[in-house]
Design a protein around this ligand. Structure first.
Ligand code: ZN
Length: 133
């Protein structure tokens, strides 16, 4: 596979439940969504890899004040996959008003959903999201 991952390739993957990331040859960290350099060390020696479709919630927050066009409250989580990639998205099958510390460590599956772009976006996109198991 190529060593470069474009935003379009990343989006096409999300639309088909394929989760692409970049694995750094120099430090072993993952970068996703795609960037030109490793987000940990700045290296450009990156391989495109497919990420697992599940992981564990490591931290989260409940968004109660959001940008125009969004519909708060909603839960945003950081999830660590088995390979060590960290990904961010919304937890979609929980009442945000019921979210508590028991979410930390819960297993989730990765998926995506189409979201309406706001006035600052380049149009509608797919957004990574998580489902509690
Ligand atoms: Zn690196």
């Amino acid at each position: 596979m190529s060593t470069e991952l474009t935003f379009k390739q990343y989006q096409d993957g999300l639309a088909n439940d394929v989760f692409w990331g970049l694995l750094c040859d120099d430090c072993g960290s993952y970068t996703t969504p795609p960037q030109k350099v490793c987000r940990s060390c700045g290296s450009t020696a990156l391989q495109v890899v497919e990420l697992e479709k599940s992981g564990f919630i490591r931290t989260f927050t409940v968004i109660r004040v959001a940008a125009e066009g969004m519909n708060p409250p909603f839960v945003v989580a950081l999830v660590e996959t088995a390979s060590g990639a960290w990904v961010m998205g919304n937890v979609i099958n929980i009442d945000p008003n019921e979210a508590g510390m028991e979410l930390i460590g819960r297993k989730v599956t990765l998926s995506s959903r189409p979201v309406k772009g706001d006035i600052y976006a380049c149009g509608d996109i797919h957004s990574l999201c998580f489902t509690l198991l």
